[in-house]
Design a protein around this ligand. Sequence first.
Ligand code: FAD
Length: 397
Amino acid sequence: MSATGFRVGGLQPTRTVEAATTQEVTDVIQAAGRERQAIVVCGGGTMLETGNPPDRYDVELRPVMAGIKEFSPDDMTVTVEAGSTLAELNGALADHGQRVALDVPEDDRATIGGIASANAAGGLRYAYGTPRDLILGMTVIDGRARRLVLGGKVVKNVAGYDLARLLSGAYGTLGVITELTLRTHPVAESTQRLVFDFDRVEQADEVRAAIYASGLPLAAFDLEAEHSGNRERWSIAVTVEGSPSEVEHQRSRLAELAGAAPKDAGNGGRELRRPSRYEFAARATVPPDRLLPLASTVSDQLDEESRRFLHGHLGSGILRFRYLGEDAGSAVSTLETVRACCRKEGGSLIVEDRCSQLHGVIDAWGPPPAALPLMKGLKRKFDPANILSPGRFVGGI
Ligand SMILES: Cc1cc2nc3c(=O)[nH]c(=O)nc-3n(C[C@H](O)[C@H](O)[C@H](O)COP(=O)(O)OP(=O)(O)OC[C@H]3O[C@@H](n4cnc5c(N)ncnc54)[C@H](O)[C@@H]3O)c2cc1C
């Protein structure tokens, strides 16, 4: 982020506006609509490169309203302003033994509005779902500068289409989220992160299937790959939560299923990577039982350095990887090869980050879905002047 704001898709905004109230957000959108200026909403900026470069980028809008507006410990719901970071929110809820069960990296930068808008979730998605599953309601200012209150404050509350879920995963193309009501969960009494290593992907896949079939109430069920030289290492990493005896029970049951004792995971700090001329990060999604075969295929496409960033969520069939290389041609062919594998399995691949040299060279979303005309119709309803992140989304929306 430079003095004049976050670059998005290689473009720089002409102005940055910090909006501290819903009314200020409304004013910015009204003015941009009058002047036909394009807005990109920016939270903490940890995932701004997901999507294609915007067609235009005049205003960087930062919703900086922060804080808890309402907390109902008995109903296990919290209403929070969208500019709050996940760390701030869970820090405050922890005093009451509760949390919003989401775990994204850099949670001291990632905002609740950005997490909701990207439907971002880490390993805890296995037990608690993604933001879409935790959002009860939200306040949004759409591209017409209308204030929309979607959903409600209690679990399963309103009749009709669940529009709050529609806005989650829309990446700021339909409206600016200013406030959210979320389900909370108790903070676990005891938590352990356990790792089981395997030299062969087939071995790991057998144990994955056994753990999945065991129905153990795991909090997170992830894949990590740590290959060095010709030695492959596939790791199943799980998080177990509960009372100390429940955690101990799950630990010994998992050791039985894996046929080996687990190792306790370190804190898995961020790994430094060598600068590369060409680089992109992608998220592939396939049916869960096809994840490890896909990971093996992807691993074969990558060099040793890139393989260190291969990780995924076994319960959701999500694989994240990073391509590091010296020529655009192999970057594009790696992407297309993996995308073809995903499509063959009925899945998809999204580019979540890329170096500026690959802007306009690789498409973030892949072939447009059959429902594109319907999606375009929705976009016109929420943002007829096409001022919110124009061109960034699927099919050029
Ligand atoms: C190293 C790394 C690893 C990551 N790993 C994962 C992972 O494993 N799983 C995962 O899901 N995510 C992952 N993320 C992504 C990241 O954690 C989330 O997407 C992040 O939570 C986004 O929050 P943010 O405030 O930084 O949003 P930003 O990056 O600022 O914005 C994200 C998107 O949301 C839109 N947006 C932001 N605020 C609003 C708002 N108030 N209203 C409407 N739209 C808005 C933006 O326009 C943009 O399209 C990773 C990020 C990093 C840096």
